[in-house]
Structures are given as structure tokens and as C-alpha cells.
Ligand binder design. Structure first.
Ligand code: CAA
Length: 258
């Protein structure tokens, strides 16, 4: 498939997806999100892909949903097409590990897309924000929910109600991003992190991701029970046997993704 708004580069088993609509600061048009959804379907089905890095340009990871495209849509149009849920949420349900590598603006839907990844590595130039209120709407791709879970009520309310931007240093301090790096090291750092994950057993990494994500959806006791079931399930894999045998034999494990 040809993608007009995305670039795809394979680095071993890591797929680097670059949002590529520079003329609009990677504003997330319906076509772009449909392409992203289709690409994620393909990458999820491909055993040669172990992890994904999603990035944008130096100036903008993504400046949000495409305001020019949506400004005249009617209630019925957005309701019937289930605008946002339909293609955007594909990233949130992607089962393989995903890292957002953010430089420049990650605003509105751009911030929401980054938060759908498993973690965010930010360049020191990154700026996060949910400025929807300044254009007469509210976040619609999880911003009020994920941001609040990640950084707490006080900061989330501040961001969502004032529409102010948060710089990379503040984003790291309050736990929105996992690592902060110089802008020229961003892609290398993200690819190295994804490459490290790609050395693990793919199904075990998927189970680990699924279990962490459960923490956002269940009470603690339920989450612990869920984790315990998956932990037990790892003992049914060849990779658990290989991983523990390799430790005892003082060698590197040779995971077969089984
Ligand atoms: N949608 C459509 N086009 C956008 C865009 C967006 N979200 N953001 C930027 N662009 C376009 C601009 O219209 C401009 O195009 P033209 O040259 O054709 O006019 C081009 O990208 C460059 O943008 P600017 O000239 O504005 O660049 P700047 O450096 O002066 O400002 C910015 C950068 C602060 C990011 C500014 O572009 C901006 O505020 N963008 C909108 C941010 C925003 O409100 N995002 C939320 C969108 S709503 C949403 O995302 C809902 C949701 O929850 C899903």
C-alpha cells in the first residue's frame, strides 16, 4: 500500500513510522489517520515487526486534528462516522510495543496520539498541549482521560482549561514522558529503546504491555489477579524456558517468539 502522509522505515524488527504532512505541521487529517490505522493493521500481522516508533518532524510531532477539514462538519456527520474512535484508536489497541518520539509540537490530537503509545521519549524541543478549548471544543481522542491519568487532576485541568503548552522539562517532571533527550539524539534514542524491546520475546513483551495497560482500567486487586494469570501463562511459553535456562547457563537467551 502507498501512504501519502506516512513514511515507513524498517530498522531490523523495529518499524519507524514518520508522520509526513509537513505543510500542515502533521495535522491529523482523516486520510492520515486512515493510513495510520491500515499500516498498524499490517505491522501487527507481520511477525517480522517487534516494535514500532512513531515520530513526526523537528517542528511538529503533530499539531492536532485537522481543523480545516473538520471545522464545518455537522453533529450528525461526526456522530455517525464516530469521528476519532474509528481510526485514531487503532494505535491504542495496537498489541505490539509502541514508542512515541516527540519533537516540537504535540498538540490536541497530536498529544493524544503520543499518549496512545506505550511511552513517550521527548526531545528538549517538545511542547505538549490540549488547546482544543481555544478553538471552541474539547479533547476528543482521550485527552481528558489519558492526560489526567498520566499527570493527575491539577495539571490536566490546568492544561485542558487554559490550553497552555507544557515544555519538555515540565512534561518529564510530571511523568508524561519517560525520557528527555537532546533533539538530535531523539530518533537514535527511540530506535535504541525499541531495538532493546525487539530483542525480547515478542509474545512476552505483548503480555507485559497488556498487563501494564490493565492498571488503567481495573481496581488494584483485579489488576493483580490479571497480572498473575498472565505471569502463569508465561510458563506455557518456550521463551520462558529459554530465558531462564540462558540465565542459569550464563549465556544470552535465544528467543523464538513461541
Ligand atoms: N489543523 C490544520 N492545519 C493546521 C493545524 C491543524 N491542527 N495546525 C497547523 N496547521 C497549519 C496552519 O494552518 C498553517 O497552514 P497554512 O500555511 O496553509 O496557513 C501551517 O499548518 C503552519 O501553521 P502555523 O502557520 O500556524 O505555524 P506556527 O508556527 O505559527 O504555529 C502552532 C504553530 C502553534 C502549532 C499553530 O499552528 C497552532 O496553534 N495549531 C493548532 C493547534 C490546535 O489547536 N490543535 C488542536 C486541534 S483540535 C483537536 O486536536 C481535537 C482532538 O482532540 C482530536
Amino acid at each position: 500500500m502507498n501512504y501519502e502522509n506516512l513514511l515507513l522505515d524498517m530498522h531490523g524488527k523495529v518499524a519507524l513510522i514518520t508522520l509526513n504532512r509537513p505543510q500542515a505541521l502533521n495535522a491529523l487529517s482523516p486520510q492520515l489517520t486512515a493510513e495510520l490505522s491500515a499500516l498498524l493493521d499490517a505491522l501487527e500481522a507481520d511477525d517480522g515487526v517487534a516494535a514500532v516508533v512513531l515520530t513526526g518532524s523537528e517542528k511538529a510531532f503533530a499539531a492536532g486534528a485537522d481543523i480545516k477539514a473538520m471545522k464545518d462538519w455537522s453533529y450528525m456527520e461526526v456522530y455517525k462516522s464516530d469521528f476519532i474512535t474509528a481510526s485514531w484508536e487503532r494505535l491504542a489497541s495496537f498489541r505490539k510495543p509502541s514508542i512515541a518520539a516527540v519533537a516540537g509540537y504535540a498538540l490536541g490530537g497530536g498529544c493524544e496520539l503520543a499518549m496512545m503509545c506505550d511511552f513517550i521519549i521527548a526531545a528538549d524541543s517538545a511542547k505538549f498541549g490540549q488547546p482544543e478549548i481555544t478553538i471552541g471544543t474539547i479533547p476528543g481522542a482521550g485527552g481528558t482521560q489519558r492526560l489526567t491519568r498520566f499527570i493527575g487532576k491539577a495539571k490536566a485541568m490546568d492544561m485542558v482549561l487554559t490550553g497552555r503548552l507544557m515544555d519538555a522539562q515540565e512534561a518529564e517532571r510530571c511523568g508524561l514522558v519517560s525520557r528527555l533527550v537532546p533533539a538530535d539524539k531523539l530518533i537514535d534514542e527511540a530506535l535504541a529503546a525499541a531495538g532493546k524491546i525487539a530483542q525480547m520475546s515478542a509474545p512476552i513483551a505483548m503480555m507485559a504491555k497488556e498487563s501494564v495497560n490493565r492498571a488503567f482500567e481495573t481496581p488494584l486487586a483485579e489488576g493483580i489477579r490479571f497480572e498473575r494469570r498472565l505471569f502463569h501463562a508465561t510458563f506455557a511459553t518456550e521463551d520462558q524456558k529459554e530465558g531462564m535456562a540462558a540465565f542459569v547457563e550464563k549465556r544470552r537467551p535465544d528467543f523464538k517468539d513461541r
